[in-house]
Design a protein around this ligand. Structure first.
Ligand code: F6P
Length: 326
């Protein structure tokens, strides 16, 4: 049976991602259009526990579509994982008379939402937003496209120095558990090699590939490594490679949190807008405990149970491209 909806809430959680604001805007504007009152929960699950629930009016989300970060803040909450924390969050949502919640975040966000909506009778719809793009049930997560564009701009500049000085640059990009950022940006910058957690890294093969490049008169090289690669971070790899490579001078560049900030790309703004509207529509239609994503450019829903249990697989054919064209 469809329940009556008067008030919905939205929050952002986990690592921030460009496009989160565009999604908040879509939820607020579309919710108000459907005659709902829309509330923002400030600071993610922490704010839910502390009762930081404030009404957001339409004008308050004006022009946030182009802003990075998240105007309603984000946090990772340990307390929400406890019985006490969840109960406090439930009481606050109940007191504020919230009928449904849109959760914008990553894997951890949906694990919490799944447990919470199984225990308490408040519907949750998830929207994937993480620059890591490692969420099962959506080809793209909000923030990924902006982040890889940031990486491409940065590495193009690094490449100038690599060429000018005959240097080998080991560039570390984000991706604690996944190589999606490394792989796609690596193709786009014409990296000599891409090292990711999903594939074994063999330092010997990397060295021989770089030596072959030198013999072919390559004046500069760029190796992209995801921070979660088994061979270690950029410094460790530079150290290992440096024991055999003498032709190139080696330098390390760690791009870090610059990848998470900045104005969202056009693709992320559009994705965030589509998913935000679809999430509100889903709540109104009575859906719960599902994540909304895009698969083959169509809006699709995946139950939280599935999205948190399954690992998104990386397209290994893309990795072959870097090897073939190196
Ligand atoms: O947003 C995901 C991610 O960027 C990971 O790739 C990275 O390891 C992590 O966040 C770092 O998060 P923080 O340092 O902000 O806790």
């Amino acid at each position: 049976m469809k329940r009556k909806f008067n008030k919905i809430a939205v929050f952002t959680s986990g690592g921030d991602a460009p496009g989160m604001n565009a999604c908040v805007r879509a939820v607020v504007r579309y919710g108000i259009r459907q005659n709902l009152k829309v509330y923002g929960i400030i600071n993610g699950y922490e704010g839910m526990i502390n009762g930081e629930i404030v009404e957001i009016e339409s004008h308050e989300v004006g022009n946030i579509i182009r802003l990075g970060g998240t105007i309603i803040k984000s946090a990772r909450s340990k307390e929400f994982r406890t019985e006490k924390g969840m109960k406090a969050a439930f009481n606050n949502l109940k007191n504020a008379k919230i009928d449904g919640v849109v959760a914008i975040g990553g894997d951890g966000t949906f694990k919490g939402a799944n447990e919470f909506s199984n225990k308490f009778n408040i519907p949750f719809i998830g929207v994937p937003a993480t620059i890591d793009n490692d969420i099962f049930g959506s080809d793209f997560a909000i923030g990924y496209d902006s982040a890889i564009n940031t990486v491409v701009h940065a590495v193009d500049k690094i490449r100038d120095t690599a060429e000018a000085h005959n240097r080998l640059f080991i560039v570390e990009v984000m991706g604690r558990d996944a190589g999606f950022i490394a792989l796609r940006s690596g193709i786009a910058v014409g990296a000599e090699a891409v090292l990711i957690p999903e594939m074994d890294t063999h330092i010997d093969s990397l060295v021989s590939l770089l030596e072959k490049g030198w013999k072919r008169k390559k004046s500069g090289c760029v190796v992209i490594v995801a921070e979660g690669d088994e061979a270690g971070g950029a410094f460790e790899i530079a150290n290992k490679v440096g024991q055999s490579i003498t032709d190139y001078e080696i330098r390390v560049s760690i791009l870090g949190h610059m990848q998470r900030g900045g104005s969202p790309s056009c693709m992320d703004r559009v994705l965030a807008t589509r998913l935000g509207v679809a999430a509100v529509e889903a709540l109104i239609k009575g859906k719960s405990s599902q994540m909304v994503g895009v698969i083959n450019n169509a809006v699709r829903f995946t139950p939280f149970e599935r999205s948190v249990k399954h690992h998104k697989t990386l397209n290994k054919d893309l990795l072959k491209l870097t090897q073939i064209l190196s």
